[in-house]
Ligand binder design. Structure first.
Ligand code: NAD
Length: 495
């Protein structure tokens, strides 16, 4: 049985309760972890609050050295960590090896960025004065993480939060806490209590963390429903929130591109990690002049995807995260079909994979913009393909959504690309290359897809608050103080 990490040591939960973690590819229980509650949350926050007093004063160059050291340790144990990610989360090993490297690179990036960017020096308003803006850490930050990219989405919070000088309490998803726990002893290099890890369920330990009086900021990635619950719980305490929520990304294919490349890109965007990516392509709008040919190519590539145990070689897709999620996806397909959609491939559990929460990549046509498959996030391996007359209709449909996380277009036509970019709400807009992120550019959602941004300088500023310092190095009474003398006060003279 695993323990969790509070105040620099391994510990069970106060209640002594545990819960099992299963492997979604085999349905076997692979470990057990403590089931934390509000009492454990108190202990972790107390430890972090204590550690913050020391950590906030560590100079940037020392912090950066520690962040590079952590990145080196992460790379050194990368294969073992990637294997653990695969066992608990079901993504193919090759994708998890990438995930570990992205995390290490992100620690390197924020180590250096925070050395370079401590604030700013604006021009003063009057003579012999100095103004500077310090970017200060908030204090204790809570990082609540989902299961689809357990370490990457943690890193997008943890690396900038630490670089900014905060102490952190991590609440990994109850589905995938093991890979995070594997890093606990490496995270100890930042100091006792600077990083704590609590395992458990959202309502039992996530909620107590959100409302804890000594927690200054909650950084959350997850569904819109949970984001709303966290915002409601945080509101009476006026907590600072950074929310990365769900998406329902549109994907436009114009008639001027190599359709085979566009189809392969679209299949990858739709089925990467079984569609369990917040920026998965979820709605595909194809110019009608190339619709039939695109559909043929898309289906051909989708049918070639190799499903199986994600630890194995030559596997493209693993299982879904859990049985309940598989049933939700089946229900969504059934509903769409009952309303007139047609399944061109997939739509079922693979007959040869009896164990594990596998589901075949599914292509739908005959869908309409009103169906729930088009309006709400599926977070699964379903690609609805829809013909559109041209760029105006494509953009109108793409932007007809309450989400605004990402959007894609394939085109060589600059006017089409720029028109779509300007008129679709999206935190990230990809042209001819879906789903590529950049540590140095902000990531996040417009509309209901989120509040705030991760990555880039924006992602560092999410974990710091500015303090404006005004200093006058010549002590003298100002002409504009009391008593007012309208006839003689000339403020400009003091400038
Ligand atoms: P989820 O909202 O169910 O859970 C996310 C985390 O919140 C988990 O750690 C969970 O235990 C915790 N939680 C649940 N209820 C809570 C509560 N009341 N208080 C505090 N914490 C609580 O999401 P999920 O199923 O783990 O992940 C899938 C969702 O995440 C999808 O909607 C997906 O789009 C979204 N997501 C968004 C991004 C992004 O960057 N915008 C990235 C990945 C995933």
């Amino acid at each position: 049985m695993q323990k969790m990490w509070i105040d620099g040591r391994w510990t069970g939960s106060v209640s002594k309760k545990t819960f099992p973690i299963d492997n979604p590819a085999t349905e076997e229980i692979i470990d057990e972890v403590p089931r934390a509650n509000a009492k454990d949350a108190d202990l972790a926050v107390e430890s972090a609050a204590q550690a913050f007093r020391e950590w906030r004063g560590v100079p940037g160059i020392e912090r950066a050295a520690l962040m590079h050291e952590f990145a080196t340790r992460l790379r050194a144990k990368g294969k073992a960590v990637a294997r653990q990610l695969t066992l608990e989360g079901g993504k193919p090993l090759i994708e998890n090896l990438d995930e570990v490297e992205w995390c290490a690179a992100c620690f390197d990036y924020y180590g250096e960025l925070s050395r370079d960017q401590g604030g700013k020096v604006p021009s003063p308003v009057f003579r012999h004065q100095v103004n500077f803006v310090r970017k200060e850490p908030y204090g204790v930050v809570v990082a609540i993480v989902p299961w689809n990219y357990p370490l990457l989405l943690l890193t997008w919070k943890l690396a900038p939060a630490l670089a900014a000088g905060n102490a952190v309490v991590i609440k990994p998803s109850n589905e995938t806490p093991l890979s995070t726990l594997m890093l606990a002893e490496d995270l100890a290099i930042f100091g006792k209590g600077v990083v704590n890890i609590l395992t458990g369920f959202g309502t039992e330990v996530g909620d107590p963390l959100v409302v804890h009086p000594d927690v200054a900021l909650v950084a959350f990635t997850g569904s819109i429903a949970t984001g709303k619950a966290i915002a409601a719980a945080a509101a009476p305490h006026l907590k600072k929130l950074n929310l990365e929520l769900g998406g329902n990304d549109p994907f436009i294919v114009c008639d001027d591109v190599d359709l085979d490349v566009a189809a392969r890109g679209a299949v990858w965007a739709a089925f990467l990690n079984m569609g369990q990516v917040c920026t998965s392509g979820e709605r595909f709008y194809i110019f009608e002049s190339v619709f039939d040919e695109f559909v043929r190519k898309f289906v051909a590539h989708a049918k070639k995807l190799r499903l199986g145990n994600p630890l194995g070689p030559d596997i493209d897709c693993g299982p879904l995260i859990r049985e309940a999620h598989r049933r939700q996806i089946e229900a969504k397909i059934e509903e769409a079909v009952s309303q007139g959609a047609r399944v061109l491939c997939g739509g079922r559990r693979p007959p040869l994979l009896k164990k594990g929460y596998f589901f075949e990549p599914t292509v739908l046509v005959g869908v309409t913009q009103k169906m729930s498959i088009m309006r709400s996030e599926t977070f699964g391996p379903i690609a609805p393909l829809v013909p559109v007359k041209g760029i105006e209709e494509a953009v109108r449909c793409a932007d007809d959504s309450e989400y605004g996380l990402g959007a894609n277009i394939y085109t060589n036509n600059l006017e089409h690309a720029m028109y779509a970019m300007e008129n679709i709400h999206a935190g990230t807009f990809w042209i001819n290359d879906p789903l590529t992120d950049n540590d140095a550019a902000p990531f996040g959602g417009m509309r209901k897809s989120g509040i705030g941004r991760e990555l880039g300088i924006e992602g560092l500023d999410a974990f710091r608050e500015p303090k404006h310092v005004h200093l006058d190095y010549k002590i003298e009474a100002k002409s504009y103080w009391y008593p007012y003398r309208w006839s003689t006060v000339k403020k400009d003279e003091a400038r």
